[in-house]
Design a protein around this ligand. Sequence first.
Ligand code: GLP
Length: 261
Amino acid sequence: MEVVILADPKDIGVVAADAISALVDRKPAAVLGLATGSSPLSIYDELVARCEAGLLSFRQARGFTLDEYVGLPVDHPQRYRNVIDTAFVTRVDFAPGAVLGPDGQATDIPAACAAYENAIREADGVDLQILGIGTDGHIGFNEPGSSLASRTRIKTLTRQTRVDNARFFDDDVESVPTHCLTQGLATIMAARHVILVATGRGKAEAVHHLVEGPVSAMWPATILQHHPHVTVLLDGAAARRLQLVDYYRETYMSKPDWQGI
Ligand code: GLP
């Protein structure tokens, strides 16, 4: 796991966008794993700027989103499909239908989850997965206690996650759905490169467990310690509980420029 600590969230966007640009350069039909939440926004803004400048194109690329609330109406602004469209997909040049997400309106939920897993498999898997992390250590919506071998399925959201996400629902926790569909931990682990972004002191405990804690279903993101290519992009506040901060900084500073993350 590579840990990169950057002072400015904009730099986080640039470092991640460099990796995504390099991937799309060498593989124009790359498959991206897209996350909602505020953490990846600087990445999406940077990618949009590069597209607008003609430096990058997603014309042949595909995308799979991580998760979706169950039961939100199709036109609800907080439906993750709409959130990711607004934040990224419609701002660049993906072909129509190139980005898929789990169907939070499905009547047969197990079938919808199996179909989603199939779609990812048929696309030959995700090349690069963007992730945020919840304050309780969830990735996607794999809440504490999630099977480390899980695949796309329905989950019940914890009270903590609903409280955290109430800010998107007029601060009314009761308006936050109680259930979601989420890629499982094993689904996420199958991505070839994972870039996880965390900023702010509120994420420091989850980051501490993710990077330096024991692997445990109680902190689901810790499964990433078993992944061969994970890059964790942090600001100083999110890194404040890490023991080996100096080592991570030194390692990143001494990397040759050509190497990337
Ligand atoms: C939600 C999403 C996660 C996201 C997390 C953190 O619960 N399901 O995918 O990583 O929030 O969001 P933020 O980046 O806004 O802190």
